[in-house]
Design a protein around this ligand. Sequence first.
Ligand code: ZN
Length: 129
Amino acid sequence: MVKQSITLKAETEEIENIYPCTDKVFFVKIKCSNCGETPDKFIGLDKSNIEVVGKSNVNLLMKCKGCNRENSIVVEETNYSERTIESEKSFEIARFDCRGVEIEEFDPRDAWIVVSSSGKKYNDVDLTE
Ligand SMILES: [Zn+2]
C-alpha cells in the first residue's frame, strides 16, 4: 500500500488557492509496480466510482495487461479549501492510495476551483494550458 501525492507548481500571482471540485475526475497514467507495464493512455480516477475488492472499496480496479495482476487505487478524502498557496511552490492537489501501481503522469484538465487573492471563487476552471 503506497500513498502517492500529486502536486502542482504554478505561477500563482494573485491566486490564493487552487483545489479540485468535489466531483473531480483525476486523469493519470499508471505503471504496474510488478512488471513495469505502463499503458499509454490516461485513466480517469473517480471518487464516485466504487468497486469492491475483498472487504475494501476501491475507486479503480484494473487488471494489468502485462502480468494479469489486479491493481487498484483509492482516491483519498482530502480538503484543501482552507489554505493559501504560494507562487512557484508545489502544493498538493490529490492523494491516492495505490495498490500495485505507481502514478507516472498526471493531466490536470478541468474541474478546478480557483480562488483569487481578492477572495473571488471561480468554479470548474480548466487548468489545461
Ligand atoms: Zn503488471
